[in-house]
Design a binder for this molecule. Structure first.
Ligand code: PEP
Ligand code: MN
Length: 363
């Protein structure tokens, strides 16, 4: 059963008044000078929070693991000196305790921790009775339930300043992205928790600086509340994630160039026109559903016919023909190949399920 979680809007977070709410700072705190200089430069931009990694969950051993407790002190001090609350990733109860002791303002749970209910529960237990904003990154695998579960665990610990961070999902195949965005997953999360603030981390989605502006704008267009961006005063010499860190000045330029859109408007003309266009869309959607029902009746008839003649459900040649002809036709009428493939796969999967039931006399 789902937990009744309640969330305090980002506008009421002590540090959340800017739209977009931008958290920026280095992947890792590498030295006292580095974090102070990066924080000083970021304080001249509309960034709201200074981030820094202290305990780094690195994929491989013998890489830079973060500097631990000393760096935590530098991060909190750099935040105070530049007037920015500081944020750090925590993965254990000890990290939570040390961060609270050092005066860190916000915590986040990393993607590699969200996958583990034990880790999230340990963090949740350490947060009982504490009032601090906690941001929860999606798990590395595209599993909405795990993300929801982590949010519920932190919520059950009594934390109400909670935000989700979308940082993309691991994929085995080589891809344009370091972590594929799968935007539908954070959008589904928002459907589940409409009040939950959503932050996008374009740095870890992209893996390089090139796609960060595009991804940031896309997040704004999808009504995300904020961004978490990796920034370093000297990215070329960063000890971790150097290809994806922007300079503080570049973060400032990026924020200045973002187009921030409204979720709604009072403009009567706009609302009227939108209503009419949506009526047309509604009609088309119902037509599509009627057509799918007619198609399904034919699928059932074919299923019975195959059964009577002892013919297999799956017909490789027919399936190959459907994919080829529908993709070709889709291209002619300007529907993307991706959409056609998704669509025919869903339809075909359902047809196979329907015919399997018929073949085996199941209800
Ligand atoms: C990070 O933000 O430094 C980090 C390790 O990210 P993620 O948990 O998204 O991999
Ligand atoms: Mn990083």
């Amino acid at each position: 059963m789902s937990v009744q979680a309640s969330f305090i809007s980002l506008n009421n977070w002590p540090s959340g008044r800017h739209k977009p709410f931008v958290i920026a700072g280095p992947c890792s705190v590498e030295s006292e000078e580095q974090i102070h200089e990066t924080a000083r430069q970021l304080s001249q931009t509309p960034v709201s929070v200074l981030r820094g990694g202290i305990w780094k969950p690195r994929t491989r051993p013998n890489t830079f693991n973060g500097l631990g407790k000393d760096a935590l002190k530098w991060l909190a001090e750099a935040g105070r000196a530049s007037g920015l609350p500081s944020a750090v990733e925590v993965a254990t109860a000890a990290h939570v305790e040390q961060s609270l002791e050092a005066g860190i303002g916000l915590l986040w749970i990393g993607a590699r921790s969200t996958v583990s209910p034990f880790v999230v529960q340990e963090i949740a237990d350490a947060l009982k009775g504490v009032d601090i904003p906690v941001m929860i990154k999606n798990p590395i695998n595209p599993d909405l339930e795990l993300w929801i579960g982590a949010i519920e665990r932190i919520s059950l610990a009594g934390i109400r300043q909670i935000a989700a961070i979308h940082r993309g999902f691991s994929s085995y195949e080589k891809n344009t992205y370091r972590n594929v965005p799968n935007w539908n997953i954070p959008l589904e999360l928002k459907r589940h928790f409409p009040e939950l603030p959503m932050i996008c981390d374009p740095s870890h989605i992209s893996g390089s600086i090139d796609l960060i502006p595009h991804l940031s704008q896309k997040a704004m267009d999808l009504n995300f509340d904020g961004l978490m961006i990796e920034a370093h005063h000297d990215p070329a010499h960063a000890l971790s994630d150097k290809d994806q860190q922007l300079t503080p000045a570049a973060v400032g330029e990026l924020i200045a160039q973002l187009v921030i859109r409204n979720l709604s408007t009072d403009d009567a003309d706009f609302l009227d026109k939108l209503k009419n266009l949506r009526k047309d869309i509604d009609k088309i959607d119902y037509d599509i559903l009627e057509l799918l029902a007619s198609r399904s009746r034919l699928v059932q008839e074919i299923g019975l016919y195959k059964k009577e003649n002892n013919i297999t459900i799956f017909q490789p040649e027919r399936w190959a023909e459907i994919v080829q002809t529908r993709s070709r036709y889709g291209a002619e009428i300007h529907i993307s190949e991706e959409m056609i493939l998704d669509l025919v796969r869903i339809i075909h999967r359902e047809s196979i399920a329907v015919q399997t039931r018929i073949m085996n006399d199941e209800k």
